[in-house]
Design a binder for this molecule. Sequence first.
Ligand code: CAA
Length: 259
Amino acid sequence: MTGYSDIVVDSPKSGVQHIRLNRPEAHNALRTALLGELANALSVAEQDDQVRVVVITGSEKVFAAGADIKEMADLNPVGIWKDKRPQHWNSIKAFSKPVIAAVNGYCLGGGMELAMSADIIIASEDAQFGQPEINLGIIPGAGGTQRLIRSVGKALAMKLILSGEFIKAREALYAGLVAEVTQPELTLKRATTLAKTIASKSPIAVRVAKEAILAAYETPLSQGLELERKAFLFLAATEDRQEGIQAFMEKRPPQFKGL
Ligand code: CAA
């Protein structure tokens, strides 16, 4: 698809749309224009029934090296306050379909925050994760202090954010940040296969499952369980549920329609 300069958006195939971050000259630094394009591409994907899952990836060497430091250098507090970046991050976060981040190489600062906004991270063995903002005299500004502790716990979140040190993919896997580690040349392929598997499920059940899981970040257990119960009841009214159960009984693959 055309019209973007900082990202490349493929046409959806088998329910999967790839979005590639494409600023090789700046290690895919997330300048505001890139975030705006990403937010726009996701809002188009939101409306497109052909898209059931999105895979976001970078290059073979870099997923993204964070916010664009050169762009940031020109912003005073009023500039940061008026900045459209939080709006773009909110649109990215609001995307209701599953997002998989396929990460090769550096995944730093805002790049790591983008990966953490995705629902699943598949990382190459050579991937390195870090929140090096502290080296610039700042802190993560797109959710890093909040999301990292929720996925890896306090000790590692503190270590990464306070020291700026990087961790490799295997450590990220053991810490629970990453779902799978692959050989570098297989990362995108594996992310795509996983995306196709998810795309073959009922899109309503997938959406409701994503919502319910993400609600766990925001709610106490009793409220989360209540929400899950209601979501479970809601799905009882779908044709996809009937089809899923019928297909099991008839020993055939289900044909989910999103109804
Ligand atoms: N912003 C702007 N440009 C960047 C960039 C960034 N975040 N990261 C890399 N680049 C540019 C470099 O300036 C360089 O450009 P020139 O060739 O024009 O000088 C080019 O990309 C290649 O970078 P390096 O020469 O530094 O490549 P390297 O392989 O030696 O090192 C690296 C790679 C370790 C990732 C290093 O580039 C680096 O440390 N980058 C900055 C990482 C960082 O601090 N990220 C946090 C940003 S702040 C943030 O993200 C805030 C937030 O949460 C919202």
